[in-house]
Design a protein around this ligand. Sequence first.
Ligand code: XMP
Length: 510
Amino acid sequence: MKRVLILDFGGQYNLLIARRVRECGVYCEIKSFRITMDEVRAFAPDALIFTGGPATVFDPGAPMVDPALFSLGVPVLGICYGMQLMMHLLGGVCQRADTREYGKTEILHTGASLLFRYIPERAVYWMSHGVEVAQAAPGFRIVASSAGCRHAAVECPERRLYGVQFHPEVVHTQYGRQILENFLYGVCGFAREWSMASYVDEAVAECRARIGSGRVLLGLSGGVDSSVAAALLQRAVGDQLTCIFVDHGLLRLNEGDEVERVMKDQFHVDVRRVNARELFLSKLSGVTEPERKRKIIGEEFIRVFEAEAKKIGKVEFLAQGTIYPDVVESGLGGESTVIKSHHNVGGLPDYVDFEDIIEPLRRLFKDEVRQLGLELGLPESLVWRQPFPGPGLGVRIIGEITAEKVEILQKADAIFRQEMANAGLERSVSQYFAALTNMRSVGVMGDERTYDYAVALRAVETQDFMTATWTRLPWELLDTVSGRIVGEVPHVNRVLYDVTSKPPATVEFE
Ligand code: XMP
């Protein structure tokens, strides 16, 4: 299988480049530009992509690479900083641009380059740069320009070296996908070979080889990643796998039962479910401070998991559902500054007696994990589950958590999700849920005065969950949901819709 090596210079869109390449059916990995030539040779890339980055190529200390990379004989695509670096190293000149180009920019291409095949002469591309190429390296020619940037794209087709000043990976670039396809299929001659249908067997074989006759322990959370990991490991090593499912009672309506049923009945996984609802409720009794609630849930979760793991005894492997963005964002895969220290990556739990960690989804993006889940036969309802926080409904109930409040929220949330599905919006909105405010207010039902809870609905659109915009849901949908919740869920007499984005709000309420 062909492999693309993406050298990371710390740009903000680098994961996106990798995703786009994978979407084209080509396998790729992101590595820091600090990788040595020996490591590059060991990786044996069939093509290289240089990402953008915040540095200025002619400043002291700017990220550099060994020019020997250009003599490997494999095609190279330099994007933004990556293009400037390629020019700089091969004898071209870069300079500070007169005007910084930022945003959607019209670019004209000459029609002579394979990189712009099937693309209209004039189109809109995403630019974000303050440095430009003043003179291309010897042997290169200009194949696209904008009003403010003569070297918007350059090429040396004889050596299969290409550079673009714009970002083909972002959606604002009109024909960005086509540019990448032209590079991967046209220039490199690759075909679509990376798909989850073809990866299943490889992944199973890899797990088998790694695990041998060892025992594997996996924590099931009810979420997509751990469920897919369980299905994959089950196929690979069968009953050598044991899953612990700590049900803290703060899952969505019927969620715990569904996960258990699918895993046990359909996949014959050895699932040890611990119903710890009462325990969690008692620990949370009287606690109102959000961070304190999170802490209690987190600590108690580990304690319960640990007690269950002790019953199993020593295992050779602890499996985790780490996925590729976690790896890269933790600063392990590429160069990107650590965006968040992911709880799954790096820190090893000390509360289970194991020898090694196995992360069967470590190379996959979220959409690939979902595809893999479907390939393995997991139901769509599970595979398309939304992100759900570890502390569960605990961070969606403001104030003290009680059994009654959990029940109210589960019912209200289920109605909202049902109606989103009926409206055909279940997959197009990034995340949506109901939360229980700690507010009670006066209402009238029948001829009676009520004094009951207000449920808040939240729906957001986001790429990365670092920022999010509230979703403009149709009024009719909100009307239906509101009517059903107030009509069907006791102790709710008011439904509110959250119209705040992140920032300044967060996605969750606590
Ligand atoms: P916030 O509320 O931080 O949420 O804007 C961003 C995304 O992260 C999820 N989230 C969590 N996920 N454990 C998790 O596994 C947590 O403690 C947690 N808190 C928030 C949230 O659902 C959203 O998708």
